[in-house]
Design a protein around this ligand. Structure first.
Ligand code: C5P
Length: 398
């Protein structure tokens, strides 16, 4: 599983650095190519000579090699890596990672890394339990990093509690599990729309809707985890994808979303139209705020927005898959089938607003997947993360 994988092993200044030697040996034994980056204080605990002898590569610690002036490119390293493992991760490095304090080669490379990042904290129990450490770990988690929780036991201070770096064998297992997860969408380019669109009336007002983008973002994350190269064209939302590889293109209006999608569609294998696109936009956007008049009520004339799914449906060529959503309040299945045909979709995901656990803002959804070939499949209420997987598996089956 790890054979041929490029792994950056980041080592920071904690007693548990001695365990990193064993971790390095195990990774090399599994056939991985390992580049060690050690922080300046990490070198107080373990010598670069040991690490370079085991990895077969010079250990990187500084931005430059002192005697030659050779620059170590954190950007190239970030792109080279299939995974980055920071073990041990001290409270200090975790805090720097959470805040983006790039004052050493390790944190700088972390900020440039496109690959998944695994963090194995190691510290004294009180440091581990401190609210700032907890919050920093939560922040790292929210950025999509994988935290390998420390174990409880006797610590270097002889105190007993949570803070022992996970054993090297178990860290290797976490990596193996990660890489062995099936990647059925590897090599596929995906375009996903998400969130609402805002149609400007004047500089402070718009026509919008209640979409939060949760479903589209969950699909983008799940698709990236299944190996796809994902572009997420998103209307205004307050969430971010968990997977760092997801390329987010932010737009505001339906017209901007349509342009962003048509520009990219030719180069797309699978497009999923999950956005709640406004059907109409004001015919005119005022450049200054509309004033409240005493007697007159302003009239806003609307014009039709482009139907993005239908536009892509007309451009679709054989081999491309186009998936739409239908949010219906009545005659759900019949309406969904009509949309499937009229927009030239290959599949439509139906969710009904009648269901209290489906629709805007909820963390759950209940869907029926209808394909152009005529099959219809009902799913029970599930979390949006699980629903995303169901939708993607149905696409893989197509
Ligand atoms: O026709 P209706 O809006 O119900 O269709 C919903 C589907 O069409 C969704 O997949 C939605 O993302 C897409 N859509 C679109 N552009 C529009 C309206 C809807 O892509 N202007």
């Amino acid at each position: 599983m790890l054979a041929g994988k490029h792994i950056i092993l980041g080592i920071t200044g904690g007693i548990a650095a001695y365990k990193s030697v064993m971790l390095l040996r195990l990774l090399i034994k599994k056939g991985a190519e390992v580049q060690v980056i050690i922080t300046p204080s990490g070198k107080e605990f373990i010598t670069p000579v040991t690490l370079s002898a085991l990895s077969g590569k010079p250990v990187i610690s500084e931005f430059f090699t002192a005697n030659t002036g050779e620059w170590h490119s954190h950007v190239d390293l970030g792109l080279w890596a299939d995974a980055m493992v920071i073990a041990p991760a001290t409270a200090c490095t975790i805090a720097k990672m959470a805040c983006g304090v790039a004052d050493n080669m390790l944190v700088t490379s972390y900020l440039s890394a496109k690959a998944p990042v695994f963090v194995a904290p190691a510290m004294d129990l009180d440091m581990m339990a401190h609210p700032s450490t907890k919050r920093n770990l939560e922040t790292l988690r929210s950025y999509g990093n994988h935290i390998i929780e420390p174990a409880s036991g006797e610590l270097a201070s002889h105190l007993v509690g949570k803070g022992r770096m996970e054993e090297p064998e178990n860290i290797v297992k976490v990596l193996e599990d990660f890489f062995c997860t099936a990647k059925p969408l590897a090599g596929k380019k995906m375009l996903i729309t998400a969130g609402p669109t805002y149609e400007r009336i004047d500089p402070v007002r718009f026509i919008g809707n209640f979409s939060t983008g949760k479903m589209g973002y969950a699909i983008a994350d799940a698709a990236a985890r299944m190996g796809a190269e994902v572009t997420l064209v998103s209307g205004p939302v307050s969430i971010a994808p968990e997977e760092r590889s997801v390329n987010v293109v932010k737009v505001e209006s339906a017209r901007e979303m349509c342009d962003a999608c048509t520009e990219r569609f030719q180069d797309t294998d699978i497009a999923i139209m999950c956005a709640a696109v406004a059907d109409y936009a004001p015919a005119h956007t005022y450049s200054t705020k509309i004033k409240r008049e005493k007697d007159e009520v302003p009239v806003i004339t609307l014009v039709k927005n482009p139907d993005i799914a239908a536009t892509l449906g007309r451009q679709k060529h054989p081999g491309q898959i186009l998936v739409g959503f239908a949010l219906e309040t009545d005659h759900e299945e019949a309406n969904a089938k009509l949309k499937l045909d009229s927009k030239n979709l290959d599949m439509i995901v139906l969710n009904s607003l009648r269901d209290p656990q489906a629709g805007f803002g909820t963390d759950t959804n209940k869907i029926t997947i209808i394909t152009a070939k005529g099959s219809a499949m009902d799913f029970p209420v599930k979390s949006k993360t699980e629903v995303a997987k169901d939708i993607l598996h149905a696409i893989v089956d197509l």
